[in-house]
Design a protein around this ligand. Structure first.
Ligand code: BTN
Length: 253
């Protein structure tokens, strides 16, 4: 069970706690269809049994040890064409939170994976419902590994593994939501240039040589940024290519 955060203006003030569910994103999307919950509604569970990730992947989290939650937002002023800023503001909020914890080498792997060094600590899944030319609802799902000690992959880690400490989930939830709210307010205020600038500053691999896997073809290149739809811009030789999420892979070294 979690308490309603005291330090936010509106995020988490309506708190939907379920002891177990398949996916907080799925549950949040269902809530949006039924009753249209207030902006900032937090849907949280300690035991997500069929978490969903990007590219149709799953998201596994040991029960009771981590954050698996979704936020319901209504960014009325955001144009549909700017929807990648939803990924940007959330990534930056997590980056701010991790930087506040004094982690160094916090980077965002495009589009929105949070890495500390070469290990992933957090994943984000943004899903939206559009009505006409506006967002009716946006669901921002966050999976942050907090107190879990072991993982099925050697590229994952948690706050606890990184620090050797155990974290109080209620305290961390308050802090994290405060950072999310601050970045979301920047989005709502239309500070898109600032968000993009900050995002590029923490983007892993920007202007660095990397090895890319493009549909099984291995090629050297350099990330040059993201385009207006959030596709990755990669310079390969003299030519710039743009890739969607499912079209390119690379490792964080
Ligand atoms: C990824 O890295 O692929 C994204 C993972 C997102 C996981 C979170 S956990 C809470 C929310 N509910 C889900 O089913 N997925 C997101």
């Amino acid at each position: 069970m979690y308490k309603i955060p005291a330090s936010t203006l509106f995020l988490g003030k309506n708190l939907v706690f379920v002891p177990e569910c398949h996916s907080t994103n799925t549950l949040a999307l269902q809530l949006c269809q039924n009753s249209g919950p207030v902006e900032g509604t937090l849907v949280i569970t300690p035991n997500q049994t069929a978490g969903r990730g990007q590219r149709g992947n799953g998201w596994e989290a040991e029960p009771g040890k981590n954050f698996t939650f979704s936020l319901i937002l209504k960014p009325g002023t955001l144009a549909i064409k700017d929807q990648f800023y939803l990924n940007i503001f959330t990534s930056l909020a997590l980056r701010d939170y991790l930087a506040d914890k004094k982690f160094t080498a916090v980077r965002v792997k495009w589009p929105n994976d949070l890495y500390v060094g070469s290990k992933k600590v957090c994943g984000i899944l943004v899903e939206s419902q559009i009505s006409g030319n506006k967002f009716s609802h946006v669901v921002v799902g966050i999976g942050l590994n907090v107190n879990q000690q072991t993982f099925g992959t050697d590229t994952a880690t948690s706050l606890s593994v990184l620090t050797g400490k155990e974290f109080d989930l209620q305290t961390e939830l308050e802090t994290l939501l405060t950072f999310v709210e601050a970045r979301y307010l920047q989005l709502r205020e239309g500070k898109l240039n600032l968000l993009m600038e900050d995002y590029l500053n923490v983007l892993y691999g920007l202007n660095k040589s990397l090895t890319f896997d493009v549909g099984g073809v291995i090629a050297e290149g350099m990330i040059a940024g993201v385009d207006e739809s959030g596709r990755l811009r990669v310079l390969m030789g003299e030519k710039e290519h743009v890739f969607g999420v499912k079209e390119v892979g690379y490792k964080v070294g």
